[in-house]
Ligand binder design. Structure first.
Ligand code: CA
Length: 295
């Protein structure tokens, strides 16, 4: 079912690789990143202003931090960023021995740990990445390996399941999740889309426990029921490289969607002039407040 919801262009930022939208309920701003533009962005829907902070290297994702500021997963590891002084502090780099890798997508779990995964920059990248968990005491653990393009991650409403996307698998995999220890076990695909649309990229979960997945080269965001793998709704996006989505706004009913220009030819870009923009839809479902990093 395609939802005939109006999709609005909210910020024509022409990001190379817009990603990682996440709503800060306290600040009332949407954080998002331009991975290849080396920038964290703060979009304020009330003023329409978008503030960019150059972090000097690829930035895979952002998460709000309870202690203030945000956490980032950078090319060179986990970091914190003070949003007032713009001071960046590197915390740890679990892949200091792998200079061809960078961090990609990630999110915090309901216990306030920051999960993020890596990918190799070279074409030959199969299985070269891993998924890491940064605990509140700033120690890091490798949780899963042989990942190719670590992407969307979300937890079920009861926190007993972790959903995860390694993009080339064309699947959302569910793991049993132990919130007390962060242990993951028993991976099994719950949504399989080998025939498209596009490749699964970023993901979020709504207040009804349904998953929203953005499709790279798929011009869409799709809502899925992870219990039976059924497609529930589809939103058409005017950018082929739809990368990620998150619910924000005062009632958490605004679905923000990021997109990319990277890798598209001049001809392709002529057909999607707003590629790299931030879009918004009102699909009639609400999201959840983002979990923050508790360390
Ligand atoms: Ca991504």
């Amino acid at each position: 079912m395609t939802i005939n919801t109006e999709i609005v262009l909210v910020h024509d930022g022409r990001a190379l690789l817009g990603e990682g939208p996440i709503w800060d309920v306290r600040q009332g701003v949407l954080y998002w990143v331009d991975i290849l533009g080396h920038a964290l962005h703060l979009f304020d829907p009330v003023t329409g202003q978008d503030r960019a902070i150059n972090v000097g290297q690829p930035v895979g994702t952002v998460a709000p931090r309870t202690a203030g500021g945000v956490m980032l997963a950078l090319r060179d590891g986990f970091a914190s960023l003070d949003l007032e002084t713009e001071e960046l502090r590197l915390i740890c780099d679990p892949e200091a021995h792998l200079p061809d890798n960078r961090f990609n997508d990630g999110k915090c779990d309901p216990a306030g740990r920051f999960w993020a995964g890596t990918m190799r920059l070279a074409e030959d990248r199969t299985g070269a990445g891993s998924l890491y968990c940064l605990d509140r005491d700033l120690t890091v653990r490798k949780m899963w390996s042989k990942v190719t393009v670590s992407n969307g991650i979300a937890w079920s409403l009861d926190a007993t399941t972790m959903y995860y996307i390694d993009t080339p698998t064309c699947a959302v995999v569910a793991f049993d999740y132990d919130l007390a220890t962060a242990a993951i076990a028993n991976p099994r695909p719950v949504i399989s889309t080998p025939d498209g649309p596009g490749r699964p990229d970023g993901m979020t979960i709504d207040a009804e426990g349904m998953l929203w997945v953005a499709y790279w080269d798929g011009w869409s965001v799709v809502r899925w029921d992870p219990r039976d793998g059924r497609e529930l709704a589809r939103i058409a996006v005017p950018a082929a490289r739809t990368t990620a989505c998150w619910f924000g706004g005062p009632d958490l009913g605004d679905l923000y969607i990021t997109s990319a220009r990277a890798g598209l030819s001049e001809t392709a870009l002529a057909g999607q002039p707003h590629a790299g923009a931030l879009f918004r839809a009102r699909p009639g479902v609400r999201g959840l407040p983002a979990f923050e990093f508790g360390g």
